[in-house]
Design a binder for this molecule. Sequence first.
Ligand SMILES: [Zn+2]
Length: 238
Amino acid sequence: MDDRDVERVLVLAAHPDDIDFGAAGTVATWTDAGIDVSYCLVTDGDAGGFDPAVPRSEIGGIRRTEQAAAAACVGVRELHWLGYPDGRLTVSLELRRDISRVIRRVRPQRMVIPSPERDWTRLAPSHPDHLEAGEAAMRAIYPDARNPFAHPELLDEEGLAAWTVAETWLSPTPGADHPVDVTETFDRKMAALLSHKSQTAHLTSLREDIGAALVANGARLGLAEGRMAETFRVIDTR
Ligand SMILES: [Zn+2]
């Protein structure tokens, strides 16, 4: 669907920083266009980080603060935290209900979720939490959020009416074929990524590595030479 028909986008990810690696440049193009973008983070990322000197009990809070700062870099203020444990996600009815609740609150025309399908060509994008979060989100998009009789407590006790998400973008995903030109928003994407200090402070060539990957995406999907692209697979979910 045309961006002009989109008022609200909900971006869902398993971990803080997933959105910034995959989609923050695109998010900035949307907020620039006046679209309201909000995030839903399924875990606090409490199993992440690289510095053993930081007490594990503090990681979740640190990562929430980092994600809020990263979101602000690309014009996003509204974050929904589900608080599931990092590294132990499963597609449960509770997770489907909790995602459905956020969908019915935000009422997005478009969502961005990780693909539930494993990418056999690259290991990291198919972290088990990404696959589980993606599958749970897809089951929330269809049928739970649009079916008023699914998770009846959402309607009966919380007054949250059914909502149909018209379009779903997958990222990360195998078979990504839809490029978004993020050349103009690359600096803000990098600022967002660098907000995740506990994850990226030790990555000395991050800007070069991300820039090269985005330029390669652009070349593969037909953008002009040197243009940068984030990539998605777009699914009609009406
Ligand atoms: Zn992740």
